[in-house]
Design a protein around this ligand. Structure first.
Ligand SMILES: [Zn+2]
Ligand SMILES: [Zn+2]
Length: 183
């Protein structure tokens, strides 16, 4: 594969993945889109950006892949899965179909054996769990909270005003395996 002088070195052969999937599931129907690594994608593994219709002159369609997938232990599998998923959006779009997660999308997805959801989302995780001393509802928090009170109790028993009786107390560190108490 020849890279032009200006192109970024590709840490993974996305074009190669595209060609393999295009051949296997799309009869090589799809034109090569632009592939981009996106370091800001966290909850989704990839993104399809439709092009302008006459894309020879205008913007071509783009498939973005989350850079962080490269750090996962099963990177090759995840990247192929992501590219294949985005290619279904692209395939629907190019045939002028609604290109969201439509019944046709799901049908093709099942046929190809690709995922609907990102199995390794990197969402911002919580650090602390606070609890209302009154109703015992627990709230996850990303940082230490100031003197906040339980809105529900303030509404119900304090005419909506801040009431120290319903102050939230730090009870433990956040652990995704421990369910939050709700009321
Ligand atoms: Zn999708
Ligand atoms: Zn409460």
């Amino acid at each position: 594969m020849i890279h032009s002088m200006s192109s970024q070195p590709d840490p993974f052969d996305l074009v190669g993945v595209f060609q393999e999937v295009n051949d296997k599931f799309f009869d090589n129907f799809l034109e090569l889109p632009v592939f981009r690594w996106n370091s800001r994608l966290r909850s989704s593994a990839g993104r399809f950006i439709p092009g302008q219709r006459k894309w020879i002159q205008d913007a071509p369609p783009v498939i973005e892949v989350a850079s962080y997938l490269l750090e996962e232990s099963n990177a090759a599998f995840l990247i192929r899965d992501t590219v294949a998923h985005e290619m279904i959006h692209y395939w629907l779009w190019v045939r002028r179909q609604p290109y969201g997660h439509t019944p046709e999308f799901y049908e093709k997805m099942k046929l190809m054996g690709v995922s609907r959801y990102n199995p390794v989302p990197r969402t911002v995780s919580y650090k602390y769990v606070y609890r209302c001393a009154h109703c015992e509802t627990e709230f996850p928090a990303r940082r230490r909270l100031g003197p906040l009170a339980c809105a529900k109790c303030c509404r119900r028993y304090g005419q909506g005003k801040y009431d120290v009786r319903f102050k939230l107390h730090l009870v433990r560190a956040w652990d995704p395996a421990v369910p939050l108490k709700t009321t």
